[in-house]
Design a protein around this ligand. Sequence first.
Ligand code: MG
Length: 210
Amino acid sequence: MSMRIGHGFDSHAFKPGVPLRLGGLAVDHTEGLAGHSDGDVLLHALTDALLGAVAAGDIGTFFPPSDPRWKDAESSIFLNLALEEIQHAGFRIVNADVTLILAQPKIAPIAGEMRERLAILLDVLPELVSVKAKTPEGLGLDHVAQAHAVVLLERVEDTAGLQTMVAEIESDQALDAVLDGELDELVGESVRTEQIKRTVIPVFDTEDIT
Ligand code: MG
């Protein structure tokens, strides 16, 4: 059985006056995380882990912070793109393990709810998702949230899912247009992640502040 492993890391500074989003949840806290998007550091690490497992670049490749479309965007958009990438590559999730590193808020009381939320977002059973949290002892980073994510993937033996994806492409003309870079004309104001991924040149953008 062909398997892949991927690791993702992200960090965001806390910032007053913005809501805190972690693992797809709205978390009650005095501050949120700074970022071009909603600053969900956990979903960003998970997105990078999934993309890394199929060598599809990183979150900044697909969603550059210079693009105003991703201002205040829900990070589940990024995760969905990564899930489409691994499906397109012919893989599915075996399990995911996430570690949050932050001084506050305490994660233990909401870890169960976070697992449930992540399982829904990843479309897997909750027992396949682990959420752990640590405080940044000795790091002097009490005003920063960090996240590490590791995912294991296995190759999908039944290609029915891939065939379905191909059938969902509207037409050969539409696909050709996307491949030619005519994304804006096709998409207009809406966001269609399956088209975005096909326009991406896998250049690594180290200036990710999503
Ligand atoms: Mg980020």
